[in-house]
Design a protein. Structure first.
Length: 424
């Protein structure tokens, strides 16, 4: 369900903004229009929707219009044309009183430079929005303390801003937004003032918070790595216009134009592309319904030497090789239990390719891909993984470095482990 929708949004800075639209229709660009009129195009016909619980990242270089878009979403800046709908209500025409109520109830903002009041304590800053909204002292302090605990500042309630590190100050800003319990969080370059190590930590903490709270987040950044890490979808802006909207994989795999290609050319695809992007269907056989003869016939049909064994609900039991299937058949066995190899590497659909590289080097079989219900949904071959690594290496003209990647754990227990577990 769409929480926020932007339709044909424009923002023109300068006198007589209306004269700009005729020039835009004639195809003049931002620079030409500024030279002719003195007006600057902040946003040029931006349209997008944001779904409930989504992290939507807007990124671009300085002057691209990304922060202007954010400020139009809660009308800190009034747009020149277009609509901004929050749950279907167009805020561009709202009265001042109704807009204030919307900001206090539905939308909170986290700023780049913390925006803390230096004379108020940590809890005083955190409860400030609730205070000006008229929430009683006991209620607002409880909500502020709960929010501070969420961001890891439990125990710092009475500290002053000048006693905090940069990362802690940003946590206070985030806690202040969370204390309002707004559905939508607008985050304007929220981590860019932090040093790289703290910035990465804050990104991780935001993702952990989002996994628990499921806010709808609009996140502004100029950093593509940050956008790829945080965004469910990314909108890339240039000269006030949105050039492309897509998932991180969409952006990397199918850049819309040369501008986006230039943006992503130095990104390591293996750290963004996930297993479900390169997996293929797995030849399978179902226990106990099908036995060795069916396994042999199916492997012959698909021209493979291994087949994956599942139960009737598609839960993975292991794999069977052609040699073991033939042996079972020759011994007259009617089921596959005794010839199943349970030493199978498995992974999830969302696992990054970079996390599969060391496993691909260790195993001679494809890696089984499971969904959130532990059902087999496909396999990733060694060749597919290493081909992605080679593509990345060729793109950067550097040798393949394969030793530093973590091993994917084997999730299918052995028969001995099953017996040990059964015996307590």
């Amino acid at each position: 369900m769409s929480v926020l929708e932007v339709k044909n949004l424009y923002k023109v800075f300068g006198p007589n903004a209306g004269r700009v639209f005729g020039l835009l229709q004639k195809g003049l660009d931002k620079q030409d229009i500024h030279a002719r009129t003195g007006c600057t195009i902040g946003i040029n016909d931006a349209s997008f929707t944001i779904e409930k619980g989504e992290i939507f990242v807007v990124m671009g270089l300085s002057g691209s219009g990304k922060s202007t878009v954010l400020r139009c979403l809660n009308r800190i800046i009034d747009s020149t044309r277009g609509k901004v709908l929050i749950h279907g209500d167009d805020i561009t025409g709202m009265s001042h009183e109704k807009l204030l109520r919307l900001r206090r109830a539905k939308v909170s903002m986290v700023f780049q430079h913390f925006a803390l009041l230096p004379h108020r304590s940590v809890i005083g800053n955190t409860e400030y929005g609730l205070e000006i909204s008229g929430v009683g002292r006991e209620e607002r302090q409880k909500r502020a303390r709960d929010a501070l605990k969420l961001v890891g500042l439990d125990g710092y309630e009475n500290s002053m801003p000048d006693e905090l590190s940069g990362g802690m100050k940003q946590r206070v800003g985030l806690a202040r937004a969370l204390a309002n319990d707004a559905e939508i969080l607008l985050m304007d370059e929220a981590f860019s003032a932090l040093d790289p190590l703290i910035r990465a930590q804050m990104q991780d903490e935001l993702l952990e918070l989002q996994a628990r709270m499921h806010k709808t987040i609009v996140f502004i950044t100029h950093d593509l790595d940050e956008a790829l890490k945080l965004g469910d979808r990314i909108a890339i802006m240039r000269d006030g216009a949105i050039v492309q909207i897509g998932t991180p994989e969409d952006i990397l795999s199918n850049p819309a134009d040369e501008y986006v290609s230039t943006f992503v050319q130095n990104i390591d695809r293996t750290k963004v592309i996930t297993a479900n992007k390169i997996m293929r269907s797995a030849p399978t056989i179902t226990m106990p319904r099908e036995g060795p003869q069916v396994a042999i016939r199916r492997m012959e049909k698909y021209d493979v030497s291994t087949i994956y064994v599942t139960d009737s609900e598609r839960r993975l039991k292991g794999l069977v090789t052609i040699d073991d299937a033939i042996k079972c058949a020759e011994e007259g066995k009617k089921d596959l239990q005794s010839c199943i190899n349970e030493d199978v590497f498995v992974t999830r659909t969302e696992t990054l390719i970079s996390d599969l590289i060391s496993t691909a080097l260790m195993t001679k079989y494809p890696i089984a891909v499971l969904n959130e219900d532990n059902h087999l949904v496909g396999i990733v071959s060694r060749s597919a993984i290493l081909a992605e690594v080679k593509r990345e290496s060729d793109a950067e003209h550097k040798p393949m470095l394969l030793k530093e990647n973590p091993v994917v754990q084997v999730n299918v227990p052995s028969a001995a482990e099953k017996e040990e577990n059964a015996n307590g």
